[in-house]
Write a protein that binds this ligand. Structure first.
Ligand code: GRF
Length: 191
């Protein structure tokens, strides 16, 4: 029985959640997805968790008077070791960062620090990469601190940017790289 208990925070499709879960099922990653938290009741991430009997919580400013406390309570109740942000669109509260020092990681869909910072989320990131004219992009996994995209960089992998790429084609290529990279970084850092 693997010891490392992961909580995955996701707001959207949840493809990174699926990839990490698959790595645990294959025993490539000696961990368990012990909890999924989403601020979005309609997220693919929550649907996936329900389909796979993974404990899941919908926590937002609408569902809870104090979402930060609700998140802290859920993490404690499920004995979570590491928080994995995978397309989570909410700011991480300082209380949460203090409760999990060096134990919160994020994947950003482009090189950091160049394509990070305020406003650099979702498809804005790929739009900025395309506008810049660079011919290489790719995901960056980093530790989460109080500042956006500022924590220690743990890994980066490269994907080409083609002249005829649009946001969707670049996003898809970067996501494939994320799916291959993220679980390996979690394994290396925490297992
Ligand atoms: C990924 O591209 C990730 O880099 C970014 O949000 C996206 C989440 O995608 N932080 P998914 O929900 O895992 O499919």
């Amino acid at each position: 029985m693997p010891d490392l208990r992961l909580a995955i925070f996701a707001s959207g499709a949840g493809s990174n959640l699926r990839a990490i879960h698959a790595a645990t099922e294959r025993d490539d990653l000696a961990a368990r997805v012990a909890l999924v938290i989403s601020n979005n009741s309609k997220s693919g991430a929550l649907a996936f968790a329900r389909e796979h009997d993974i404990p899941a919580a919908h926590i937002s400013g609408k569902t809870h008077e104090n979402p930060t406390q609700a998140i802290l309570d859920a993490l404690a109740a499920h004995a979570i070791d590491v928080v994995v942000l995978a397309g989570y669109m909410k700011r991480i509260a300082p209380e949460l960062i203090d409760a999990f020092p060096e134990r919160i990681v994020n994947v950003h869909p482009a090189p950091l620090p160049r394509f990070g910072g305020r406003g650099m989320f979702g498809q804005h990131v790929h739009a900025a990469v395309l506008e810049s004219g660079v011919d290489v992009s790719g995901p960056t996994v980093h530790m989460v601190t109080g500042d956006y995209d500022e924590g220690e960089i743990l890994a980066h992998s490269e994907v080409p940017v083609f002249a005829d790429d649009d946001i969707d084609s670049l996003e898809e290529r970067v996501k494939r790289a994320e799916h291959d990279l993220y679980w390996r970084v979690i394994a290396k850092r925490f297992c």
